[in-house]
Design a protein around this ligand. Sequence first.
Ligand code: F6P
Length: 558
Amino acid sequence: MNAEGRTRLDQMPEWQELAKHRDEFGLTHLRRLFEDDPERAERYTVRVGDLHIDYSKNLVTDETLRLLRQLAEAAGVARLRDAMFAGEKINVTEDRAVLHTALRTPESATVRVDGENVMRKVHQVLIRMGTFANRIREAHWRGHTGERIKNIVNIGIGGSDLGPKMAYEALRPYTRRDLTFRFVSNVDGADLHEALRDLDPAETLFIVASKTFTTTETIANAEAARAWLLAGLGGGDTSRPEAGGEAAVAKHFVAVSTNAEKVAEFGINTDNMFEFWDWVGGRYSYDSAIGLALMVAIGPECFGDMLAGFHLMDEHFRTAPFESNAPLLLGLLGIWYGNFHDAQSHAVLPYSHYLSQFTAYLQQLDMESNGKSTTREGGPVNWQTGPVVWGTPGTNGQHAYYQLLHQGTKMIPADLLGFADPVAELGDLRDQHDLLMANLFAQGQALAFGKTAEEVRAEGVPEAQVPHRTFPGNRPTTTILASALTPSVLGQLVALYEHKVFVQGAIWNIDSFDQWGVELGKVLAKRLEPALTEGAQVPDLDASTQALVDRYRSLRGR
Ligand code: F6P
């Protein structure tokens, strides 16, 4: 029993029953499970909004699912979920509410943080964003020299980059093709250099996106962008009037942040700042003002459709019974594999080139949320927590790492994502879509059912090769299908994964909404920087790091 009166997870009878069930379940093969139950595919499919989620190719029976739901009940998932939606401060280590769900809630609802209904200000910011986006799209907002803004460069990192970038890529067919969008995050100057090298400063607008407005990478890139702008507008001569100083910055820089003071300190007029709040975590923020670049790209209406998709999934998660609650089911499947089958990673494999950034986005969502080893009360966890999340779009991965998925020694549960309708503007290329989807379905089939030695032999394969060409199968996948990758469907998908991560964090009894694990590296980098630039002595530096710094300095001729 811990301080909150919760029994330690691995001492709960529900946990122990699952461990026992795991032993009894043993190596029951998916082939058998499908043979025994002709209804399995139908019974193990859940439909939410536009998503068709087939989890029948998972290593579960009705009993497994019952025991997993029982664990979720015992671990208080529903209570924590309701506390989140009610604005309680469930981010315990930062003493904050966790209310990204409010960002997509209709204005007529009431969502309170510290007694204040936040819905009004959420919608006021959305309206300001819409006005701004339309001014850019309709060329009413012009640059300092009167040019039309044609390029939008988002400068941000982590949640202030990955979300808008992923969604921009996902919804490209919905974007204004006459505008150029770039996303700069890395403190490696190459990122900004490559983003700006072919752009005209007079036609370029920067969105500096940072929740804290103190993030080193973002501030360094924003300062460099400002210098590039002023030098460019003045033809390199900042004394020329068109270089414009502050007036030019006002026309070419807007900010998205929770920190008005730092925005002003940087030199951006706070009239050009779009606000969000400390109850929105960075990795849960692209549906806040952090999505400003996306809104300029797809327009306020499509952005609204995306928010409606998020909200649909929020409502499903909040109200659907555990038996048919999609985020809960996905979360429990992850627990089953991570905690009872020693799976270390989880692959997300979208069969859509437009989702090329989706898994990178999910990496932060999942790994920054659930990569923890301390319980909410401060004790050690005695169980595995968040998996390594990875993957790239199919079919490319099939020709790279799928070999390991099929015949390697590790269990890697995977999600396969696909869409029925190819994008209209692909024209004749739409003919390739059936081939793409055939690959998706084939992978799920091969991973689940494999190919037995008898089947291989029956093909006349020489005996010596039979073991090499046998596929064990029994490798779990979940297939998520939708008719098309629309803004609403993207919102549904992201919210599905957000809440899946929530469910797992709730069961593991960790705080999914802080990220202390990123701090140490930041502090050490700050301490080391003067050693690299000036050769300053860093007290108590370990021998390896000191030698690397010395070598670096000598390679740089310092
Ligand atoms: O360092 C991690 C982190 O704090 C993320 O959680 C966040 O998304 C990212 O940095 C960027 O932070 P900010 O939006 O404050 O610049």
